[in-house]
Design a protein around this ligand. Structure first.
Ligand code: PMP
Length: 344
């Protein structure tokens, strides 16, 4: 890996971050707060939230096996996807490399930040070719994005292949593990201790059942987390979100139960879809969704919409011709979908 000082945009390396009112007296106990121009009435939401979300991180750390100082929390993982562009990529100069197809926000954030986005096609059965990814890089490639399990294909990539990319690439590798709770493959987050150029993303939006609260996680070296904290908005995670996250984190067994239910339903739904006459193929998955190649994705999608059932039409996406992406719902929702598809 190149030194972080060389990978980071010079203006960000030199940045003096905004100093929050509450940061300045750290270590002292106080009960009169006349420092932040807040309304003293209407407690507790009159006060700014903890800018570093220490209590939430303290609950995440033992669950994920990651020390609090290696955790960044953001407004969805979308914030943790956008920040590395702003930290590492000089607009109009640097580029990033990503697998294709994959999650659309990597490219949107590249476009917003005026950063060239280089796509490397997955191989047969959506497999990852580390050498092809590495060959697409040049001296201005700052980040490689690997989503595993991948959206929209559903498959997780072999850890050894991802590690080869991390070992051989001189810049930052972001492994987005938004769906790792649904995979039998070992997650990669523990490897941040081994690889200083690795950032692993997780989210509360999938297995944790809390897409509405907008809370995403990034795990990385202390030095990379310090850069995230320097560039983020001072109060990027609001108090309501922090409270709800603590509530969710205090009952982990509920989430584990829900994940087990989703996995059971996944097996049943995939099998039932695979034997429908309209289905050519279902692709194996390690996520809470799967890709089904059907006879006519556009018209089946429209038919389902008319029945009030929404799946994702991915037929225009690279390598996904005639594919619908189907999220695993409740038993009742899945039954409705199957009944509608049987009547098509
Ligand atoms: N990563 C992947 C691979 C996703 O599919 C999604 C959402 N569809 C996200 C990240 C976004 O997650 P969040 O809701 O935390 O912004």
């Amino acid at each position: 890996m190149k030194p972080l000082s060389e990978l980071t945009r010079p203006n960000i390396w030199a940045l003096k971050p905004y100093s929050c009112a509450r940061d300045e007296f750290k270590g002292f106990k106080a009960d009169v707060f006349l420092d932040a121009n807040e309304n003293p009435h209407s407690a507790p939401y009159n006060r700014y939230p903890d800018p570093l979300q220490e209590e939430v991180k303290a609950m995440i750390a033992p669950l994920k096996g990651i020390p609090t100082q290696n955790i960044f929390l953001g407004n969805g993982s979308d914030e943790a996807i956008d920040l590395p562009y702003r930290i590492f990529c000089r607009p109009g100069v640097d580029n990033v490399v990503a697998i294709d197809p994959t999650y659309g926000m990597y490219e949107v954030c590249a476009d917003v930040n005026d950063v060239e986005y280089r796509k490397v096609s997955l191989g047969e059965n959506f497999q990852l070719d580390p050498d092809k990814l590495l060959a697409a890089c040049d001296e201005n490639t700052k980040i490689i994005f690997i989503c595993s399990p991948n959206n929209p294909t559903g498959n997780a990539f072999e850890t050894e292949k991802i590690e080869k990319v991390i070992r051989e690439f001189q810049g930052i590798v972001i492994v987005d593990e938004a769906y790792s709770e649904f995979s039998s493959q070992q997650p990669m987050r523990q490897l941040i201790a081994k690889y200083p150029n690795l950032i692993v993303l997780n989210t509360f939006s999938k297995a944790w059942g809390a897409a509405a609260i907008r809370l995403g996680m990034a795990f990385a070296s202390v030095d990379i987390i310090a850069l995230f904290n320097k560039v983020k908005y001072p109060y990027n995670v609001n108090k309501l979100t922090q409270e709800k996250a603590k509530e969710i984190l205090s009952d982990v067994t509920l989430i584990h139960r829900q994940v087990r239910l989703i996995l059971e339903e996944r097996e049943h739904l995939m099998h039932s879809v695979s034997i429908l006459p309209i289905c050519n193929k279902v692709y194996p998955t390690d996520a809470n969704f799967f890709l089904a190649e059907v006879t006519d994705a556009v018209s089946i999608y429209r038919y389902l919409v008319q029945k009030g059932i929404i799946v994702r039409n991915r037929s225009h996406i690279h390598l996904c011709g005639n594919c619908l992406r189907i999220t695993i719902g409740t038993k009742e929702e899945n039954t409705k979908l199957l009944a509608a598809l049987r009547q098509y």
